[in-house]
Design a protein around this ligand. Sequence first.
Ligand SMILES: *Cc1c(COP(=O)(O)O)cnc(C)c1O
Length: 404
Amino acid sequence: MPTTATRPQLSYLADQMNELKQKGTHFKLRVLEDEQAPVCTFDGKRVINLASNNYLGLTTHPKLREAALEATRKYGVGSGAVRTIAGTMKIHMELEEKIARFKNVEACVVFQSGFAANAGTVSSILGKDDFIISDELNHASIIDGARLSKAKIKVFRHKDVAHAEELLKEVAGEPGHKLVINYGVFSMDGDIGPLPGLCDIAEKYGAIMMIDDAHSSGVLGRNGRGTADHFNVHGRVDVQVGTLSKAIGALGGYVCGSKDLIDFLYHRARPFLFSTSHPPSVAATCIAAFDVLEQEPELMDKLWANTRFFKKELGLLGFNIGGISTPASETPITPIIIGDGRLTMEFSRELFNEGVFTPGIAFPTVAEGKARMRTIMTATHTQNQLTQALEVLKKVGTRMGIIK
Ligand SMILES: *Cc1c(COP(=O)(O)O)cnc(C)c1O
């Protein structure tokens, strides 16, 4: 007999979940029973997986797997402390040095997640008199960091550099610091942020330039060096955040920048100071992943070839892969816009029953009325798997009246 059944003091939570059930947007977690791979087993069913952020297939790469096992044998399973007490192992420093060299910056600090990197950085480098100029579609971790910093947030229309400049102009006379922050690749629409234009206005108004490269590391730029490399704006971005949890295949986040910035974060970023560092296996895995990025560029080539093929075919089937800006998705993330939340969730369930896993995403992750399926390509999908997935999408989409 479980002892944690809901008591009256928490019944308001169940009420809210019942509301979601009525709206049709309540979900159950899908449980993966084997490896994160292009074909795998969720909830007992073999499906083609179009849902993961495992862009390069590194979650199961033999070199990464071996690195994790070797580090565990050598150094154990945990670091035993926060970085600033006794939890900085040599392997943590090696990873930071490796990333800094890869990104061609002075220094790097690794956090427990990309979320912690964003939230910890924004909340520590800004204070209540400062201003954040942010795209309306920026990630929750940036928004939470902004809220914690108590800085004032000014939101510009998606990818609208002129609007961002207007906002900067409005606060130009204020004494506080200004931070312009942008995604490299937007996670729900797959479009690329206008980094060069934002760098221009940040420089014009003396603002700090920050970029969140979660979906761009390992995907854009030479060997996956990210959007600063993609746009060749080296030296013009003060704070580059990336994740180790998506294309890199393991877990973590990092901030790249000047030595002074990184030293400041070592002293002030709260997730760094108050939460235990990565197990050595994770640090070793990530080091191996950056080696793979440099030694196996064919993985990125395959990722992009799959992306071009799948995007083109989805469009030909008549799905709305539009997104909200021009050009729409330019990356391995391709949304299929449905609009209605309930229909989106039903479409996702039907596809799953037919052997294709792609999650339905509705409010509050995306705006009301903008519900969509989100498909993600990886380097390890075979042509055969993609063709099969497209057939199922066509069949179910037609049956449900989503395409003609
Ligand atoms: C996934 C994501 C993060 C968080 O990264 P984690 O390492 O998963 O915590 C931050 N920003 C963006 C844009 C993301 O898509």
